[in-house]
Design a protein around this ligand. Structure first.
Ligand code: HEC
Ligand code: HEC
Length: 477
């Protein structure tokens, strides 16, 4: 692991100021061992009931399954990022964040010429985009703006939708549908390409069950804090209440996210998102003139729409449920991550770090815990304490982190305070996975316009051993 010292942000905030390894004394101990840690388990209240547990396990199996265009698990494509939820959400267990290996089997040293072994990507028409590498992270791509005719980004025409990496074209099960991948190299050349990595879903049932009043009271309690942190909530466009999932808190609920992910990531239509999803430009967005997907790319599964349905002929909860319901149940029932009390650095260092985390203002945004409401779903989700380390607000994070993508009430430099539970076993950090070093991730909080500048400067003024305590605390989570 690289050794770095926290950087303080200078009065002239023109660039990120990372202090290089030469002056280094603080050490990110790296990903905490998974030995003895049962990440990815169901809540105890789910394990205690055989029917609940069976439902959870069916959900886990579905979340891990590989989909195909036709056949037993139909509906993949015509555009997609991967063929199963579990491939992206897998570190340190299914439901987690980006792994660092085996994202796409066989992505080797010369990715452009590699064929994906399991047939997810056919060499006939797909190439592996340059930013998908053998050691990760899993990346999703978006173009913040539509393009001008000359290929430059049109800053007056915001896009920001997901550009799926692959198409089913050329696969033996895809028929005559012939689509091109988006031109990621051209978008990169126009400086119009941003990335997102997967957020983990452990404990997400608890996040779902925090009432708006709890969030608003927490926000009110932080008003006038001495770190200059403000913050606001992203809200759901349909009912106006606080939304909470995704890097910009752009999504209201786990069921909605499941429906959206099934369609956007995998191209599988469902009862929430009924139509196959074209790319934004293909769909006529931004005045692009696109006319939707070609007819020979529609209904490729041959089963009609939507491809995933609630099975009215099922005989029990698991066999009747739609796939998106199973995803929702699996995610909702996942226990939150279990922190370590002694690793890394020992109990005293971790306890010191926890106190410093509050003292330097990290806890203003990364609220250590919030209470949940009573739950009708399972007792483990009700009247519980969610140790999420997030206020679920979006904050201005400055030019250094801005991705120029607006989602609902979150603008180009606004992000949800990332929940930090489970951080100790994460490999990649920040919305685009730009680093695997915790210290670099913290230093990235400082740039022109960031609400976190005062907090970061306060942390930068700590002694080396105090900073090490802070890092040890974070890796204990
Ligand atoms: C290609 C990789 C990929 C696949 C496949 C994928 N996801 Fe994700 N997932 C992501 C990324 C990236 C994000 C962050 C999206 C954002 O906020 O921009 C995410 C975020 C989420 C979240 C939000 C969690 C939170 O607290 O913010 C949920 C829920 C989720 N995914 C569920 C699913 C489900 C269910 C599936 C399968 C139907 C799935 N994902 C498939 C990459 C993936
Ligand atoms: C103004 C609010 C704010 C303050 C103050 C703040 N953070 Fe953050 N933090 C965020 C946001 C927002 C993100 C997500 C940024 C992104 O991904 O672009 C984040 C991300 C992180 C991450 C990466 C998490 C992940 O999922 O990749 C770490 C680690 C972190 N913060 C630690 C800290 C520490 C330590 C402090 C105190 C020195 C701190 N933060 C202060 C808002 C804040």
């Amino acid at each position: 692991m690289k050794l770095l010292k926290f950087a303080s942000v200078s009065a002239c905030l023109s660039a990120l100021l990372l202090v290089g390894p030469a002056s280094a004394q603080v050490n990110d101990p790296g990903v905490r061992s998974t030995t003895g840690v049962n990440a990815g388990q169901p809540l105890a209240s789910i394990s205690a009931n055989a029917n609940d547990l069976a439902f959870f396990q069916t959900g886990l199996a579905q979340f891990s399954e590989h989909q195909t265009v036709t056949g037993d698990n139909p509906g993949l494509g015509p555009r997609f990022n991967l063929d199963g939820c579990g491939g992206c959400h897998s570190q340190p267990a299914i439901g987690g964040s980006s792994p660092s290996a085996n994202i796409f089997p066989n992505v080797g040293p010369n990715p452009q010429s590699q064929v994906i072994a399991n047939g997810v990507v056919s060499s006939a028409t797909n190439t592996i985009p340059f930013f998908v590498t053998a050691t990760g992270p899993v990346r999703e791509a978006r173009f913040p703006f539509f393009f001008n005719a000359n290929g430059t980004a049109n800053l007056n025409n915001p896009n920001g939708g997901v550009e799926d990496l692959f198409t089913v074209s050329g696969r033996s099960d895809a028929g005559a549908c012939s689509l091109q991948q988006p031109s990621f190299a051209a978008a990169n050349a126009a400086n119009n390409l941003i990335f997102r990595i997967p957020t983990p879903v452990f404990g997400s049932g608890l996040i779902s069950n925090i009432d708006d009043s709890t969030l608003l009271n927490n926000q009110a309690a932080q008003a006038g804090n001495r770190f200059g942190v403000a913050g606001s909530f992203n809200r759901n466009g349909n009912d106006g209440t606080i939304s909470r999932f995704g890097w910009k808190a752009q999504n209201k609920s786990l069921l909605l996210f499941a429906g959206e992910a099934y369609n956007v990531e995998m191209g599988i239509t469902n009862e929430i998102f009924m139509q196959d999803r074209p790319l934004p430009g293909e769909d006529g967005a931004g005045g692009s003139g696109g006319l939707g997907l070609p007819a020979n790319c529609l209904n490729l599964a041959g089963v009609g729409y939507p491809e995933d349905i609630t099975h009215s002929d099922g005989t029990n909860a698991s066999t009747s449920a739609s796939d998106i319901t199973l995803f929702k149940v699996f995610m909702e029932d996942l226990a939150p991550p279990t922190p370590s009390t002694s690793v890394p650095g020992g109990a005293t260092s971790i306890a010191n770090g926890r106190a410093l985390f509050s003292a330097v203002g990290c806890a203003v945004c990364h609220t250590p815990s919030l209470a949940t409401q009573p739950s009708h779903l399972t007792s483990g989700l009700g009247n519980a304490t969610a140790n999420l380390f997030s206020d679920l607000e979006v904050h201005h994070m400055g030019t250094g982190l801005a991705d120029n993508v607006s989602q609902g009430g979150a603008g180009g430099d606004q992000f949800r305070s990332a929940p930090l539970w489970g951080l100790g076993q994460r490999i990649f950090f920040l919305h685009d996975g730009r680093t695997n070093n915790l210290i670099t991730a913290i230093n990235a909080h400082g740039s022109n316009g960031s609400e976190a500048n005062t907090s970061l400067n306060t942390a930068a003024a700590l002694s080396f051993s105090q900073q090490q305590d802070l890092i040890n605390f974070l890796r204990s989570l």
